[in-house]
Ligand binder design. Structure first.
Ligand SMILES: Cc1ncc(COP(=O)(O)O)c(C=O)c1O
Length: 353
């Protein structure tokens, strides 16, 4: 029998691990719950009733998120933001001191941090700066030696903003079948008309997609990410995720957002932010302190300026918080698209630099 393509890449000790069996997992129904050492009541009547442990993966929320992203529920795992999804993947696939991840800098910093926490190595294949940070797909495939267990591709990429070329990503996915997991982080997917790579999941069990409610849905404070992958992968990750990762108030908030008009509102908001981004980009390009604005498919812009410290100081003086990204891309600041008033403050402030 051929081994499952995902399971053959998972750490052998994780495959053998007996997961913690929580009371909620074991309970077979009934009305009087005396199995989890909970308080039978929430004593203070002034706070919401939260005396019961939540379902580890609330089925209604799993179903709604799966339907939002176009997969069956057995392909979706709810996590505390995508950040937890990244961490779980590192733990499941990388043995400390032995295995590595591959990243394409400049990119989202948590991949490297999660690797550092897990004691995994990091192989870097930079995006091609002279081609607007395009993916060097052939170099990625060539650098994916047997110790590389996870390849992280972020599209649209943070902090540069651009979508990665779909064919280049598909080339990496098809070339690495059976060799490494390919994780496509689509945190900013709602801001682009380009379809998600979710369609590719069916034929590629080694593909993982990360989505989040933190951006277009405006729920960063709730911490709801969804990891999409093969049913075998989801089962492995359920073994290592915390017993009760999703707090009850978070589930309620997410369910309220994931109704028809809530989803429509999120799509409209993403569309508006994309339009505002284009306007902000045009206005920034006119300013003397700005050298270049990188094209973006997300809700932020990476801006190359003449003098970063001056820009940061001017922003700070008016209470405007921007992100200095100079250590990733020389002389650059990242600016998130805000409200019309926020964006105007950016232009007014930078025009004085
Ligand atoms: C590319 C990317 N992935 C994941 C995350 C984390 O998202 P979450 O809030 O779902 O943990 C971020 C946050 O900024 C991000 O930029």
């Amino acid at each position: 029998m051929t081994p499952d393509p995902v399971l053959s890449l998972v750490r052998p000790d994780i495959l053998e691990l007996a997961p913690y069996s929580s009371a909620r997992k074991e309970s077979a129904g009934g009305q009087v719950w005396l199995d989890a050492n909970e308080n039978p009541v929430t004593p203070h009547a002034g706070v919401p009733r939260l005396n019961r442990y939540p379902d580890p993966q609330p089925p209604e929320l799993v179903t709604r998120l799966a339907s939002l992203y176009g997969v069956t529920p057995d392909r979706a795992l709810i996590t505390r933001g995508s950040d937890e999804g990244i961490d779980l993947l590192l733990r499941a696939f990388c043995r400390a001191g032995q295995d590595s991840i591959l990243i394409t800098p400049p990119t989202y910093g948590m991949y490297a941090v999660a690797a550092g926490i897990q004691g995994a190595g990091i192989v870097k294949v930079p995006l091609l700066r002279e081609e607007d940070f395009a993916l060097d797909a052939h170099a990625v495939v060539a650098a994916a030696s047997p110790v590389v267990k996870l390849v992280f591709l972020c599209s649209p990429n943070n902090p540069t903003g651009q979508l990665l070329d779909r064919d280049a990503v598909l080339h990496v996915i098809s070339s690495l079948a059976g060799r490494a997991m390919v994780v496509v982080d689509e945190a900013y997917a709602e801001f682009t008309p380009e379809p998600s790579l979710v369609e590719a999941l069916r034929d590629n069990p080694h593909l993982v997609i990360l989505r989040t409610l933190s951006k277009a849905f405006g729920l960063a404070g709730a911490r709801v990410g969804t990891l999409l992958g093969s049913p075998a992968l989801i089962e492995v990750l359920k073994k290592i995720i915390a017993p009760y990762p999703i707090p009850t108030p978070v589930t309620r908030a997410a369910l309220e957002a994931l109704v028809g008009h809530g989803i429509a509102a999120a799509r409209l908001s993403a569309l508006k932010l994309s339009t505002d981004r284009r306007r902000l980009e045009e206005e920034l390009k006119q300013l003397p302190c700005v050298r270049r604005v990188w094209p973006s498919d997300a809700n932020f812009l990476l801006v190359e300026v003449h003098r970063v410290p001056r820009v940061m100081a001017a922003a700070c003086a008016v209470g405007l918080v921007l992100r200095d990204r100079s250590k990733d891309v020389p002389n650059s600041v990242r600016i998130t698209v805000g409200t019309a008033a926020d964006n105007q403050l950016v232009i007014d402030t930078l025009s004085r630099v």
